[in-house]
Design a protein around this ligand. Structure first.
Ligand SMILES: Cc1ncc(COP(=O)(O)O)c(C=O)c1O
Length: 282
């Protein structure tokens, strides 16, 4: 978040930043606190990016898009053709894309992630990628992300950022180096477990909950509207099942009836969690 905010301030001072909703909640809360106006671009019902809406915002003066890929909370991995279209559109309006690729190491079997800086020349020219070991290697508290560029213009932006070294922790830097260079076996095990967990959820979630299993991440975006609950589903499940899920409205004001479930855990806890959800509905 520190990297994204610094870059947004550098590229759109006092201006606007757009992102797709549903979105990681700090986008909704922290960008305005930093003085930025947020422009929400609702994802289409099938989870894809709304290019027409993006073009309308670009026409209206938008110059910075934060593009989260893989997406949080849907876990969708954007296909290459969608990325190419976004890059072309943004280039035609001289707009920047800040590619939030924090979940890129957590792409599950069946999907392929195309890093923003490999999409096209247009993407490289006005694109900056942000990555981190924090999600895949569970290092979030250590505070160290990486900003990656592939054009002189983008590198120039990063060079001009104010001094922000205090926002990276030394242990975070060391841990990121070790994670990315020495921990592939560990990551393979994590991905296998997440793939199994995803399959377990696919087979065992209660009827009435609908979802599209994620292509990446440990996140399940669940539509609980079919359950016909009389209260907000995360409150219901916390009270009746003692299972803490995140309310959909944290991610999108329009997502009442949705919850986000984090399945980044071992099989025993996941089985317990699902069994509690099921019995709370009996
Ligand atoms: C899409 C996305 N962007 C940014 C962040 C925040 O990263 P950091 O904790 O490094 O600020 C997260 C963390 O959950 C995230 O899911």
């Amino acid at each position: 978040m520190a990297g994204l905010i610094e870059l947004c301030l550098a590229l759109a001072p006092g201006g606007s930043v757009a992102f797709a909703t549903a979105a990681y909640p700090p986008f909704i809360q922290q960008f305005p606190r930093a003085g930025l106006r947020t422009v929400l671009i609702p994802l289409r019902p099938d989870g894809s990016f709304d290019l027409e809406r993006l073009e309308a915002e670009l026409r209206d003066g938008l110059r910075v898009l934060v593009l989260t890929n893989p997406h949080n909370p849907s876990g969708r991995v954007l296909p290459r053709d969608e990325l190419e279209r976004i890059a072309e559109l943004c280039a035609s309006y001289d707009a920047w894309v800040l590619a939030d690729e924090i979940h890129a190491s957590l792409v599950l079997p069946g999907a392929t992630h195309v890093p923003w800086l490999e999409v096209s020349d247009a993407a490289r020219e006005r694109g900056i990628s942000l990555i981190s070991a924090s999600k895949a290697f569970n290092l979030a508290g250590l505070k160290a992300a990486q900003v990656v560029t592939a054009s002189d213009r983008a590198q120039d932006v990063v060079r001009r950022l104010p001094y922000t070294a205090e926002q990276a922790g030394l242990l975070g830097v060391l841990a990121a180096e070790v994670a990315f260079s020495q921990c592939d076996d560990w990551l393979d095990d994590v991905l296998r477990q997440l793939d199994d967990n995803r399959a377990y959820l696919r087979d065992n979630l209660p009827d009435g909950i609908t979802w599209t299993p994620p292509q990446a991440t440990y996140l399940a975006w669940l539509d609980c509207r079919g359950l016909g609950l009389a209260e907000e589903p995360s409150e219901y499940f916390l009270r009746r099942a003692k299972v803490a899920l995140a309310p959909g409205t944290d991610y999108d004001p329009a997502a009442a009836g949705f919850v986000r479930l984090n399945f980044g855990t071992g099989p025993k806890l996941l089985e317990e969690l699902v069994s509690r959800l099921r019995s709370s509905l009996d």
